[in-house]
Design a protein around this ligand. Sequence first.
Ligand SMILES: [Zn+2]
Length: 375
Amino acid sequence: MTSNAPILEGDTLKKAQQRELEKVHMRLIGHAISIFSFIVFVFLGFSSYLRDLTGGGNTILSMLGFIALYLLIETIVSFPTSFYYGFIREKRDEMLKQNLSGWLLDQLKETVMGFALIGVLMIALFSAFRTFPTLWFPVALGIITVLFAALLFLSPKLARMRFKSAPLENPELEARVAAVFQKAGVKLTKVSKWVFGDKIKQGNAALIPDGLGSEVLISDTLMASMDAEGIEVVLAHELGHKVHNDIRTGMILSWLTLAAMITAAFFAMNALTGIGGIQGATDIAALPILLFIFSIMGEITGLYRNAIVRKAEYAADKYALEQTQNFPAFERAFRSLAKDNLSDPNPPEWIEFWLHDHPSIEKRIAAARAWAKTG
Ligand SMILES: [Zn+2]
């Protein structure tokens, strides 16, 4: 393959471009639903009606009832969108290999997991607002710190929630991975195969924190479409994130963002006291206000976050090239990823700015080519 050949062409390129626009549609529909439900729940008083229906929100059980019912309604309202973009579209583009019942079962598992996570967080937060009227802020910081620690601790399990892992059964690749890790000075605990192939077409690889070291997961789909040198480049890139402490930076950034969101939501909930029968931040019926503030602030802070992550991606690419000294394998790997994941190699600038936390593949290959020449 020559460097001048287009990364994607013909129908594949058209599909990838279509998917970019669909990302925009999906985001806009999500916001429309969020605004609509804010109006119905808050301004039309549906939230306080629901609170009274579930016991008034003064006990944990009653709060739990409210949260479960609220999340259930939101899930039902947004189901057509999730179904269209998650199933119909993925089937159309031959990205999804699961049948409907398998897909639905996975969705159900993820939804239940999400409910549990949001439920625990919200009950803890609203209890804090209620019990510590002046000290809610440090208590909330404690709560999110515990949440982050739990997520970090659970990350090996969470990574296997939809896609299981299996023994790699490829000693040659395992030896290669071990060599890349040794060169980077990072402790490797285990290399496993990530079983994507019976569910989706996309390929991926990841470094998961495992005690003091890292475990590597390589998807079977990646191994099927990428040569060993390419996989080495991909893992060297992931190691770049590790060596540059990008995972830690990302967590600190998320922690700060969540703290800011909770603070803004607290003041918004109190400012809207009385509207639709909602009684400020101590009232579980104010949950839709909190989640609406989260969604607005998520959109704004996401722009900043994406910009930071895109920069970290270039740095990890540079690290991968320095470690492997193999630009041809880098280019082959990224061309193969674009194909497997149907990624538009050169999306419109505004879409990249708004929605992408990775630079476009065309830009990444161009930057890598420049480094390879000067390095
Ligand atoms: Zn990366």
